[in-house]
Design a protein around this ligand. Sequence first.
Ligand SMILES: N[C@@H](CCC(=O)N[C@@H](CS)C(=O)NCC(=O)O)C(=O)O
Length: 247
Amino acid sequence: MTQSNILYYNPGSVFSNVGVLLLCQKGVQDQFELRPIQMGVDNIAPWYIKLNPKGQVPTLVHHGKPVPDTLAIAKYLDDQFKPSIFAADDAQVVALIERWRQVRVLSLLSGKKTASQDVAQMASTLENSRRQVEEYAKSNPELEEAYKVRLDVHDDRSKILIDHDTYMAHKEGLARLLEDTEKALSDNDGKLLPDRDQSAADAYAVGILHWLKSKLDKDILKSRPWTERYFQEQAARSSFINAFNKK
Ligand SMILES: N[C@@H](CCC(=O)N[C@@H](CS)C(=O)NCC(=O)O)C(=O)O
């Protein structure tokens, strides 16, 4: 393994899981060190903001080159390691990935579930974290633009956690996505997309379903037989087993 080949990630985060799964689907996981970072600390520190201005995980670093964002990682891996298997330039695949990426598990798990829920403590923690980002921006003027990006991400994240309407919108969005997925799998004989056996979209679907089943509701696919079967088939693949036993 080359020292500068790293996947910065957080084992509990859903998109980190997608990142690890992409490496395993590609069969290149042994060429990268999986390096966990401390969320709330490392991800807003200047060294990480330089790699990924959004301050999110995962970020891939290959031969010293940072590639933030899972979709960019899928495209990059297909470009660097042949054969290409992700079809991450196909408009249909990208559209499906964007639908899955709208699932914000943070909102579903820790958002404001009822209009009367007291979120004062959470709001105060978020406010402190925002101040920390502003201080970093002030003391690192060369990263001013990057920290502006982080502040936007921070504010979006805060809304997801403390706004009840946002929670409801995400809950309804997930229900619609699961309904549409069940129908697509039934129409396409068990595949997410017609005419395509596998693509990067599978990493998102199976990574997010795995997270939902293990952290939100183990019975979430109970009345969705096509999706349950699809999940079980994907979970039996060696890439899935490698990705989720390793961490
Ligand atoms: N669009 C990004 C989303 C990444 C993302 O949302 N990461 C979350 C964890 S699942 C994160 O780092 N959140 C921490 C934060 O913003 O403070 C991708 O696909 O890589």
